[in-house]
Each structure stands twice: as structure tokens, then as C-alpha cells.
Ligand binder design. Structure first.
Ligand code: FEO
Length: 170
């Protein structure tokens, strides 16, 4: 049985993960318009992963007989003024999401809700990886992005990213 607080936080996370998907689709949209199809691909796959995250929270709530309420998804509102601004907004967003996951974990811990803590373990690890990925992208852009050939190569590398279903199943 999930507590009201944990259940509400998990429900809110469904919305936050769908927002993340929408945000990354907005990033993909920005790069499509720029003609950088590799970057667009990278963020489109990121959007798919975020949708998967939302569905995992959704399913976890249902598996535990909790009610799910689907709220409105906010319009993406990040500064897309430059390629680097987009990349940095991505990192900033992942750090924010890490804070959300940690807050749910803390609430579950307070409740001695070990099942939810175990469910969230996957997300704690995932957030670590997502922050590394976002940081790597910024580092590579700093190193190679100002040179047209470097940007071309980086774009080609990012075009190779393929979608993988999440390793967590419920
Ligand atoms: Fe669902 Fe990028 O965290």
C-alpha cells in the first residue's frame, strides 16, 4: 500500500516525465530546423526514453492499486537561443529531475516503503547516467562545436544513437 504522499509524488512524476519527453522533442525540433539531424536524432531518442520513464511510473502506480490522474503537460519553456543553450538546458533539466527522484526516494524512505525504494533504484542510476550524457555532450560541443568540420563529425556521431527499451520492466 502506497502512502498518499508517495502516491501523489509518483503521480506527479508521470507528468514530469511526459514533460521531459515534450521538452526533448522541442530540442529535437530546434535541431531539425538547424539542419543538424544527428543532434535532432539524439534528442528524439531522449524523448522516447522519457516517455518510457513516464509509462514505468504509470504502471508502477497501477501495479500497486493507486489511482493515476493525468494532468496537462506544460509547454516547453527553455531558452533555445543557441546550440549550446539547448545542451545546457538539457543538463539543467536532468539535475532538476534528479532532485525530483531523490525527493520521492526520501518520502518512500520515511515511510519504510521498501518496494518503492527498490523501484526507484533504477531511476537513481539512470539519472546519474543522464547527467553524464548531458555533460559529455556539452564537453564535446565546447571542444569541437565551433569548427564546422568538428560540428559535422559530432553531428554524424549523434546520428548513430539508437533507441533501446528501458532495462527496467514491470
Ligand atoms: Fe526521465 Fe531524463 O529523466
Amino acid at each position: 500500500m502506497l502512502s498518499e504522499k508517495v502516491s501523489a509524488l509518483l503521480n506527479d512524476q508521470v507528468n514530469k516525465e511526459f514533460y521531459s519527453a515534450y521538452l526533448y522533442l522541442d530540442f529535437s525540433n530546434y535541431f531539425e530546423e538547424r539542419g543538424l539531424d544527428g543532434f535532432a536524432n539524439w534528442y528524439k531518442i531522449q524523448a522516447q526514453e522519457e516517455r518510457d520513464h513516464a509509462l514505468l511510473f504509470y504502471q508502477y502506480l497501477h501495479n500497486n492499486n493507486a489511482k493515476v490522474v493525468l494532468g496537462a503537460i506544460a509547454q516547453p519553456d527553455k531558452d533555445l537561443g543557441s546550440d549550446m543553450a539547448v545542451l545546457k538546458a538539457g543538463l539543467e533539466h536532468e539535475v532538476y529531475v534528479t532532485g525530483l527522484i531523490n525527493a520521492i526516494y526520501a518520502a518512500a524512505h520515511e515511510d519504510k516503503d521498501f518496494r518503492t525504494m527498490q523501484f526507484l533504484d533504477w531511476f537513481v542510476k539512470e539519472q546519474g547516467e543522464e547527467e553524464v550524457n548531458a555533460n559529455d555532450l556539452i564537453s564535446k560541443m565546447e571542444l569541437f562545436g565551433s569548427d564546422p568540420k568538428g560540428l559535422y563529425m559530432l553531428n554524424s556521431e549523434l546520428k548513430g544513437r539508437v533507441y533501446n527499451a528501458p532495462s527496467l520492466t514491470l
